[in-house]
Design a protein around this ligand. Structure first.
Ligand SMILES: *[C@@H]1O[C@H](CO)[C@@H](O)[C@H](O)[C@H]1NC(C)=O
Ligand SMILES: *[C@@H]1O[C@H](CO)[C@@H](O)[C@H](O)[C@H]1NC(C)=O
Length: 238
């Protein structure tokens, strides 16, 4: 799982995207910052590299952090981060229980580059109890891989087909905590929303955050497409 092989979109296409993203970002808000790929590993101090990033133009790897105690993540919050254009991998980050404080506003994972076929990988996160990506609206390309997370709850309260543009067919979800052993209570305020299948269910990321339903997702995407990104680059062109 460690050899990060990624597929890169053609240079011209990528450049156009970067320019579009840059111009949109800078005209919208002078404080936005585009970062390149980031590899946060071994030490909690490395998280500092993320502090100003609004968009990661590339991939985000967070892995192999083991000399930590739970409180070490308490002050780590990156509310500016909205988008990763490539993939996001989490692997063996000890004592990290949730991403809800760390990345509350991460809304888009584009999957321009993938880890094998995956845009989001959560692998051997031994203490993680919920994913907690409360702001995640869409993964534009690629599937997800959630594997060997023995404490991960709130897995059956997420409708991935609302998020994954490619559909859920190629998701790989295995060897995680049996959801029967989880409480998985959605917020009392009510998270009932139509699923992709059209039935109505309670969908949430955690005990205090609903998953966004179809209407909110659509509203977000309309703004996103109009401002940040122009779909002229075919996702499968690499
Ligand atoms: C983030 O921005 C602050 C203020 O401009 C700067 O001092 C700091 O070095 C930046 N951090 C990184 C990792 O670029
Ligand atoms: C995206 O690019 C195409 C072709 O260059 C253009 O026709 C279209 O208007 C653009 N859309 C947006 C939202 O900028």
């Amino acid at each position: 799982m460690l050899d990060v092989v990624s597929r890169v979109v053609p240079a011209g296409c990528l450049l156009t995207t970067v320019l579009l993203v840059l111009s949109a970002a800078y005209s919208a808000n002078g404080a936005d910052e585009i970062c390149g790929s980031l590899d946060i590993r071994n030490r909690v101090e490395k998280f500092k590299e993320l502090e100003n990033c609004t968009i990661i133009e590339g991939d985000l790897h967070i892995l192999l952090i083991d000399q930590v105690s739970q409180g070490d993540y308490d002050h780590l919050s990156f509310p500016k981060l909205r988008e990763i254009t490539g993939f996001f991998v989490l692997y063996r980050v000890s004592q990290l229980l949730t991403l809800r404080y760390m990345f509350p506003n991460l809304a888009v994972i584009r999957g321009d580059t993938l880890f094998y076929n995956y845009a989001l990988v959560i692998y051997e996160m031994l203490e993680m109890q919920e994913i907690g990506l409360n702001g995640l609206v869409t993964i534009l390309r690629g599937s997800i891989r959630l594997e060997k997370n023995p404490n991960l709850c709130y897995m059956d309260t997420i409708d991935w087909s609302l998020i994954l543009k490619e559909g859920t067919e190629n998701n790989f979800i295995a060897d995680n905590k049996d959801q029967g052993g989880c409480l998985n209570f959605c917020p009392k305020t009510g998270c009932r929303t139509p699923t992709a299948l059209g039935t109505v269910r309670e969908l949430c990321w955690s005990g205090d955050h609903c998953q966004k339903g179809k209407t909110l997702i659509q509203r977000y995407l309309t703004t996103y497409e109009a401002t940040a990104y122009n779909h002229t680059c075919p996702y499968g062109s690499g």
